[in-house]
Design a protein around this ligand. Structure first.
Ligand code: ADP
Ligand code: MG
Length: 355
């Protein structure tokens, strides 16, 4: 007869499970970098230096001047679900940092060669550790995997080499390192604009000139000018609104009716995390449609702070999407505020040309 016999069910190797999980979180080099930037900012850094080789596939290095990591924590740093940011499930309701589930470094260590050099304020020396598959490994075969003392400044340097070296199908999917580098520059620029008081630099290995260089003391408008140019920065209107009923505060900068371009640029941060929202983007474009020529689009930087109890950040390990309560009401309130601002700038412009 032709009834097939069932194949036996077996558990996947832990190593395979970890690689699958890592590939879900880190799809491209930019996703690793975003996690590393968020960790550096969480650590209280005021300076982030980023170095990139081959679009991040050969090298991604980020050096911060934050609190550093205790030597005693280095052995479990890259294990899955090890974090200093979350203890109880209820803590998810008040989480104020970027990270929370301790998966980023673990994921990265499963699909790259990861080196961590770190120094806390009270440690007399910096420590260097090498990781693979979530665990400490020796620098060279035969040596001990224990962290080694080394010279180094206060803060942490994370070096990610050969990303996806053991995931050949993923590795082959990257046709152009320069596309990956552009995604990295775009993401660094977003955080450089959002994180005021933090200096950012991002450089391609071997180039003397940085692609992004922002001083710690430069204003938000100056940051926008450096990254998106004067044509954007000269036409910005500040906006801000809040409503306690929906538990939110929103503020940002948006271009006025004098500026128009082919595609909308939306820099969206929800509770300090760079996220995407097609609903918010659509509503903003709708708001601008009565101010801009047909096919004209704005630049908008929007920082939305929502009471953490109303946000579900746990929807997906990538955390690229965020769900929150009263989304429609909040979007409507923001767009109403934006419309008023744009209308008043438009009116004053008309007034100037008439006089
Ligand atoms: P999460 O950010 O979700 O806690 P990660 O895997 O990104 O998980 O990081 C694990 C832990 O490592 C963090 O909770 C933090 O304590 C520490 N850590 C990571 N990066 C840094 C850094 N740049 N400076 C100081 N501590 C760090
Ligand atoms: Mg993190």
């Amino acid at each position: 007869d032709d009834i097939p016999t069932p194949r036996r069910i077996k558990a996947l190797d832990q190593d395979v499970v970890n690689k699958i999980a890592a590939g879900e979180i880190i799809v491209a080099p930019v996703h690793a970098l975003k996690e590393l930037i968020e960790n550096a900012v969480d650590a209280g850094s005021t300076s982030l230096e980023i170095l990139v080789k081959e679009g991040g596939l050969k090298l991604l290095q980020i050096t911060d001047n934050g609190c550093g990591i205790d030597k005693e924590d280095l052995p479990i740093l890259c294990e899955r679900f090890t974090t200093s940011k979350l203890q109880k499930f209820e803590d998810l309701q008040t989480i104020s940092t970027y990270g929370f589930r301790g998966e980023a470094l673990a994921s990265i260590s499963h699909i790259s060669h990861l080196t961590v050099t770190t120094k806390t304020r009270h440690s007399p020396t910096a420590w260097r550790a090498y990781y693979e598959g979530g665990k400490l490994v020796p620098a060279k075969p035969g040596q001990s995997p224990d962290p080694k003392p080394t010279a180094g400044r206060q803060g942490t340097q994370i070096t990610v080499e050969d990303l996806f070296y053991n995931v050949p199908t993923r590795r082959r999917a990257f046709r152009s390192p320069s596309d990956e580098y552009n995604k990295i520059i775009d993401m660094v620029g977003r955080y450089a604009i959002h994180c005021s008081h933090v200096a950012f630099s991002c450089k391609k290995h071997g180039e003397s000139c940085a692609s992004i260089a922002v001083q710690a003391d430069s204003s938000r408008i100056d940051r926008i000018r450096q990254i998106y140019g004067s044509s954007v920065a000269n036409e910005l209107t500040e906006f801000s609104t809040f409503d306690d009923r929906w538990g939110f505060k929103a503020s940002g900068y948006a271009t006025n009716a004098n500026y128009s371009t082919k595609k909308t640029t939306l820099l969206l941060f929800i509770n300090n995390r760079c996220v995407e929202s097609s609903n918010i983007k659509k509503a903003i474009e709708q708001t601008y449609s009565s101010f801009l020529p047909k096919n004209g689009h704005p630049f908008v930087y929007l920082s939305l702070e929502i009471d953490p109890r109303r946000v579900d950040v746990n929807v997906h390990p990538t955390k690229r999407e965020v769900n929150f309560l009263n989304e429609d009401e909040i979007i409507q309130a923001i767009c109403e505020n934006l419309r008023e601002k744009l209308a008043s700038v438009d009116a004053s412009r008309t007034f100037v040309t008439q006089s």
